[in-house]
Design a protein around this ligand. Sequence first.
Ligand code: GDP
Length: 432
Amino acid sequence: QPTLAVVGRPNVGKSTLVNRILGRREAVVQDTPGVTRDRVAYDALWNGRRFTVLDTGGWEPDARGLQASVAAQAELAMSTADAILLVVDATVGATTTDEAVAKVLRRSKRPVLLAANKVDDERLTADVASLWSLGLGEPIPVSALHGRGSGDLLDTILGALPETPREVLGATGGPRRIALVGKPNVGKSSLLNRLTGEERSVVDSVAGTTVDPVDSLVELDEETWRFVDTAGLRKRVHTASGTEYYASLRTKAAIEAAEVAIVLVDASEPLSEQDLRVITMVVDAGRALVLAYNKWDLVDEDRRYQLAKEIDRELVRVRWAERVNVSARTGRAVAKLAPALRTALTSWDQRVPTGQLNAWLNDLVAATPPPVRGGKQPKVLFATQAQTRPPTFVLFTTGFLEAGYRRFLERRLRETFGFTGTPVRISVRVRE
Ligand code: GDP
């Protein structure tokens, strides 16, 4: 759910207003000068919509002085919330501290609302108008104590909050999202533990990041990654009837939520139907893919030979995926995961300019034209990359292209432009 950060210096009635927004009486904690407290998040509900209220405390001057402390709080609000509410005291007017905060908040890319508090009656209208000087738009009069104007304020807040919180919106910013999937007992929990080491709790509580509790932030190769829906990995779910169905739903959901999936298979056992099903889920969902063969410490010469045959036989469809042979137990090659993820995501994101694409295509088709069908030679007219994530191409032709020729085109497209680790979609449109 989206987050509203409430900021303001002590004594403006911020806590009272937060309680108003939450619709409850009990004091959060009184705004007592000299008392600093940590940011606290509360759940609010208005007109059927839920949102989180982040009460940024600690407005007292710290070692760097009041202005610096205030600026830091505003920065924090801007980096975490979907909208910000600055509370000022209308009976006092804009103080230099208020001005300092407003100056920082004017740079915000998210909506900033200005509440003029302590407007207990009409006579204070002139004082409210003077707060336009803060450069944050129209001040919204409210009396947190008596409740005057709080309904209007809440309506305005809802209007400013996006339907979807910034984590989802910020899909292109923030850590890239990975699903760690595979059938039971392939070593998903073991690998996650290996990757996080003892650091998980520390990484989880990085200041200013609101992390969905079911995800884990993991530092790999000097980059932070988000492993989605790892809650199920931490708590081992015990086998019961129907569990497999739920496990499969959960796998699907994790893949949907991710940009790239690491499909873990057990290298010490023959590849199974279940492994192939998970791989298919990733390809069908159009996510980037890294294949990780775990338990490599158990693989001997014989098994390695078998494995090579299995890969040739069963994994032709995903020949484009990078394979990493790891051992969660010994830590072998675990460091190769991050580079493989990066390669896959780069391909997943890649866009080939139309000019370049068609120059390549013309040469290719001239050298190897599509097979003749029904006495006719289909012409390939033009191609364009309609989408990325995954790369999706549209090919315009004068006739049907055989599956074999399409596969040939895809293979050459991958070789030429380096689409490693991502499904590539090609659709053919026949023009009469
Ligand atoms: P999950 O169900 O996929 O989360 O699998 P677990 O992480 O619980 O691992 C299942 C079993 O495989 C456990 O007994 C692990 O100790 C073992 N295991 C995991 N990774 C390795 C590995 O790299 N080598 C070996 N030999 N055993 C492993």
